[in-house]
Design a protein around this ligand. Structure first.
Ligand code: NAD
Ligand code: TDX
Length: 345
């Protein structure tokens, strides 16, 4: 079995590569990644010499390169993680989100059509459902919740999902889609909430909470997401969408306070700053379908997952120090440098 994993040098894709190589010693895993600012070869250094692993630097939008790779590898399955993934960047510059997330998906599926494929899996997000109000804790996203996006990022992911389902209906491509809630864990790029707060707190820098910090996210440890994709790939029904989440809703402000507590840092580092434009209030997944049909349940409790994650950042300084020493500084200055501070707290 040969599986092409796109975006495998990023956060979730790399964790998925590790998971698959460990679970299936007879599988060949071919990682395709453009190595954008979010992709890191150092993340994959422990598997680079594994004879069952191949890394190929390529853009999923590059039709010639992708078709050439399919010609060489004749993959049995494709799992597409490759994407522009940060909501704030999509608000600054939507175009590359549409290009990679929608057109890149199309190129991959066209290659699947030409060369034949056992399964194409699209890694999507709960953000395609938009958001839920804070005063309706009884509401959750199911697979039947209408697509109702807020940001250029989520719109591009929704566009890709619709295209994936269209390729199934029109051409009979054997596809599945997973829509997962917020992930956290090792190799999470430091522009995202949890690693950003850990790294800033370690340097006694301000912790920039958007608005009041009352927005709710439904956090899942990355390994649990990888197990869910593995199950869908092997046992999921073609043409179906599966929501993935562990009923672990938390307010941003509570996450940041917990990180302060874990690192022994004062909450006075918390700085409320101007809100994200179009900021989604609450995400909450109903994972009944994947539990009922595939027996999936999350294994890592948040208390354990956040402890492991904080420890990982403490013991892998070389990984993130290299990242934040480069272009990240320019990004940080642009995003947070002149941002208005709010008189909250
Ligand atoms: P990430 O930004 O950490 O990694 C993305 C990877 O894709 C990087 O290695 C990057 O180099 C690569 N990439 C980007 N553009 C590419 C292109 N044109 N061609 C080839 N490679 C390219 O993202 P992540 O957080 O690991 O997310 C992975 C996937 O999971 C995305 O599709 C995202 O929408 C989805 N997702 C993420 C979360 C989350 O909480 N992080 C939750 C649900 C779904
Ligand atoms: O500095 C910050 N301050 C802050 O208050 C940052 C970076 C974020 N936030 C808030 C915004 C969100 O309410 O924290 C919450 C989480 O933000 P992100 O880490 O940017 O994640 P989110 O926007 O929820 O999207 C994530 O989950 C769904 C991933 O980045 C997406 O790729 C995935 O689809």
């Amino acid at each position: 079995m040969t599986i092409i994993v796109t975006g495998g040098a990023g956060f979730i894709g790399s964790n998925f590569v590790f998971h698959m190589l460990e679970q299936y010693p007879d599988y060949r895993i071919v990682c395709v990644d453009k190595l954008t600012y979010a992709g890191n070869l150092s993340t994959l250094k422990t598997v680079m010499d594994n004879p069952n692993f191949r890394f190929v630097r390529a853009d999923i939008c590059d039709r010639a390169a992708i078709f050439q790779l399919f010609e060489e590898e004749k993959p049995d399955a494709v799992v597409n993680f490759a994407a522009e993934s940060h909501v704030d960047r999509s608000i600054e510059n939507p175009e590359v989100f549409l290009t990679t997330n929608i057109l890149g998906t199309q190129v991959l599926m066209d290659a699947c059509r030409k060369y034949g494929i056992g399964r194409y899996h699209q890694v999507s997000t709960d953000e395609v459902y938009g958001d839920l109000p804070l005063d309706r804790p009884d509401l959750f996203f199911t697979e039947d919740t209408p697509i109702h996006t807020s940001s250029p990022y989520s719109s591009s992911k929704a566009g890709a999902d619709l295209l994936v389902l269209a390729y199934h209906r029109t051409y009979g491509l054997p596809v599945t889609i997973s829509r997962c809630s917020n992930n956290y864990g090792p190799y999470h790029f430091p522009e995202k909430l949890i690693p950003l707060m850990i790294i800033n707190a370690l340097a006694d820098k301000p912790l920039p909470v958007y608005g009041e910090g009352l927005n709710v996210r439904d956090w899942l440890y990355v390994e649990d997401h990888c197990r869910a994709i593995d199950l869908i790939l092997h046992k999921g029904t073609v043409g179906e969408v599966y929501n993935v989440g562990g009923h672990n809703e938390m307010r941003n402000i509570d996450i940041v306070k917990l990180i302060c507590e874990k690192l022994g840092k004062p909450e006075s580092l918390i700085t409320h700053v101007a809100d994200r434009k179009g900021h989604d209030m609450r995400y909450a997944i109903d994972p009944t379908k994947i539990h009922r049909e595939l027996g999936w349940l999350p294994e890592t409790k948040f208390a354990d997952g956040i402890e492991k994650t904080v420890r990982w950042y403490l013991t892998h300084r070389d990984w993130w120090e290299e990242i934040i020493s480069g272009d990240y500084q320019k990004y940080y200055e642009k995003m947070y440098g002149d941002r208005e501070q709010l008189p909250i707290g």
